[in-house]
Design a protein around this ligand. Structure first.
Ligand SMILES: [Fe+2]
Length: 643
């Protein structure tokens, strides 16, 4: 949920939004209302939400009317790219209304395996402007990229606001030796994703439109149109083979390499990494590059890479989120991506959604108090799911949405947001990884205010559950797969920070999603049991669930001895025919939660609030886990999961 326990979920945003509300009342033209100009059809799956005669999006409950509030972005990426203009002696930025400081230095592309900016100079931004004198700043002996010889240089810059918060780390590329011309820079990436034993996806984003090209294995892949987002799928590769790749953009290029997955079913040993929950924290510096704890995440990725992780799985709450505009959400995602970028050139980082990826409409009363927060719409352009799909390149499964369930209001139209890129599966060697979304169509206020309808934090909805069943069955039949991991943001058994929600809700089964004003049939704990029943009793291969949300590390071996019900439980109980592990690791830098007392606490092992990276060592039939602190590099835990 929000920063703390459920009781605070309403209070926290009130503080934030009350101030902005006052501004709106003064302006009286209502720039924050969702008005007729933005009029989009209200999805049939919501309830009590309409447009009033003035075109305001409203939520009516009993005699109360709540108005949708949308806050304009604090910053946009486009603004923070700085509209740079080449000058006789370098460049001048125009950051609009941004006030603060600019820190900058050269980036040694091609001279280091993980090129990052080497910051050297800081200066104030005045009236949104900052000028850089290249021949002076990067004169002998301050030039380590040889810009005079190559005629190109890339400057990495950091923007800090007046309070010192780091808002963004960006890049600007220039050509010439004076006068200078601004040319496309890679602002994000290149990243590797979609890795299989015969294919891979390389993608990146540039600051200016360009016809970028990818060279791999002696083949040049180009695009017809100049664009900002670049994505190439490379096929026909050999298994377990290292490939060098070069992204060419304008007159510049960057070169890295990746290794294809071993042949499907290979018994060859490998390591993979898991963590989650890296939204920004306190303490200043890179612990809060707006939206993300970039300090810890960078160390997570460095540690995973240094331990030869084949991939890093990260399941939810990468950013602070909970926003009402996509521009700012994209900035936060970018800050997360850039924290791990130096390592993502070489190993895939596969992500899943959590509650903090929320993006939508907030309904407030006339005093500015938040009453409801629902997923945004239209779903294909303004929802948490669409925003997330825009920011990442994850695999796509055959699961489309919750349409087709018994609650689908219209079989001929898509009435729910997409599962594309937020629920999917992939394999590596003899391992199958199933990534779920337990914050789908998430309405953050649903627990307290179900009248808007929406998804419940921690709930796997019907169509997703059936897809999980099919996917588990497919891996059960697949002789090449020995171990299956299932990952979703919320633990089945919370231990510290989320006892009042996740898949437990203090033992209260009444909580569940509402669709078109009606509660679904199954409550949260019944649904937890159905989910576990698939993993335990319809599979012999599911070894562990990898969860987060709670900002700590611990594990639990679920056996028939572990108490998992409230004192009174009239419904059928789960048959635990074989043990399964829950490995919770939400210790990627978000503010910590300490341990709470729950029915299963006697079985909870190794509880720690240290920042933690789980490394899984898969060696044919055996799986061991080592848990390391990415900050101090000490070992936190070591467990044999399957012998
Ligand atoms: Fe969370």
């Amino acid at each position: 949920m929000f920063d703390d326990q459920a009781s605070n979920t309403i209070k926290a945003p009130i503080m934030t939004y009350a101030k902005k509300w006052a501004l709106i009342l003064v302006l009286s033209t209502g720039p924050g209302w969702i008005n007729a100009q933005q009029n989009n059809e209200v999805p049939a799956v919501n309830s009590n939400i309409f447009y009033d005669q003035a075109g305001n999006l409203i939520l009516q409950h009993k005699d109360n009317t709540y108005y949708a509030y949308s806050s304009p972005p604090l910053y946009t990426l486009q603004q923070l790219y700085g509209n740079p203009l080449g000058t006789e002696n370098g460049l001048i930025f125009d950051f609009g209304d941004f006030e603060g400081t600019l820190t900058y230095g050269l980036i040694p592309y091609g001279k280091a395996p993980h090129p990052v900016p080497v910051f050297r100079f800081t200066r104030p931004i005045e009236n949104g402007n900052a000028e850089i004198n290249i021949p002076y700043d990067f004169r002998y002996p301050y030039d380590f990229v040889g810009w005079k010889e190559t005629g190109f240089l890339t400057i990495g810059y950091r923007l800090q606001d007046r309070e010192g918060m780091i808002v963004y780390d960006g890049e600007v590329s220039l050509s010439g030796t004076g006068p200078f011309e601004v040319v496309p820079a890679i602002a994000e990436g290149p990243f590797i994703n979609g890795l299989t034993d015969s294919s891979a996806v390389i993608w990146c984003r540039t600051t200016l439109p360009v016809k970028a090209k990818l060279e791999v294995n002696g083949e040049l892949m180009s695009k017809r149109k100049a664009s900002l987002h670049h994505e190439w799928t490379i096929e026909g590769l050999d298994p377990g083979t290292e490939y060098t790749y070069t992204v060419k953009y304008g007159g510049q290029e960057q070169q890295y390499h990746f290794k294809t997955a071993p042949k499907a079913g290979s018994q060859e040993p490998f390591v993979f990494a898991y963590t989650s929950d890296s939204r920004h924290a306190t303490g200043g510096g890179e612990r809060k590059i707006y939206g993300a704890n970039a300090y810890i995440m960078k160390k997570m990725a460095a540690l995973a890479h240094a331990n030869d992780a084949a991939f890093l799985q990260f399941t939810g709450d990468m950013i602070n989120g909970y926003l009402t505009n996509n521009e700012e959400q994209q900035l936060q995602y970018t800050n997360w991506k850039k924290a791990v970028e130096p390592f993502w050139h070489y190993m895939p980082i596969n992500t899943g959604m959590g509650n903090h990826e929320a993006l939508g409409y907030i309904f407030t009363d006339t005093a500015g108090r938040m009453r409801a927060f629902i997923d945004g719409f239209p779903y294909d352009s303004f929802s948490a799911e669409a925003s997330y799909a825009e920011a990442f390149v994850n695999p796509v499964s055959e699961l489309i949405s919750e349409d087709g369930s018994q609650y689908d209001p219209d079989p001929d139209s898509q009435d729910f947001p997409t599962y594309s890129e937020n629920v999917y599966t992939y394999t590596y060697g003899n391992v199958g990884m199933i990534v779920l979304n337990s914050d789908y169509w998430y309405a953050p206020t649903l627990q307290q205010f179900p009248f808007s309808s929406g998804g419940l934090h921690g709930y796997i909805m019907d169509m997703q559950l059936e897809w999980l069943r099919k996917t588990v069955a497919r891996y059960e039949q697949d002789s090449l797969i020995d171990h299956v991991f299932v990952t979703q943001h919320t633990p089945a058994f919370p231990n510290g920070g989320h006892s009042r929600d996740d898949m437990w809700y203090s033992g209260n089964n009444q909580y569940r999603p509402f669709i078109n004003g009606k509660p679904v049939v199954k409550g949260i704990i019944e649904r937890r049991d159905e989910y576990l029943d698939i993993l335990i009793n319809e599979s012999t291969k599911v070894l562990a669930i990898l969860t987060g949300d709670e900002h700590n590390y611990n594990w639990l071996k679920l056996t028939p001895e572990v108490p998992i019900y409230p004192e009174i439980w009239p419904l059928e109980k789960l048959h635990v025919s074989r043990p399964i592990y829950q490995i919770n690791n939400g210790a990627a830098g978000a503010p910590y939660y300490a341990q709470e007392i729950l029915p299963w606490s006697d079985h909870t092992q190794s509880f720690s609030v240290e920042n933690a990276l789980c490394l899984f060592y898969v060696e044919g039939p055996t799986v061991k886990m080592r848990v390391l602190n990415p900050d101090t590099l000490n070992e936190i835990d070591s467990v044999t999961l399957r012998e």
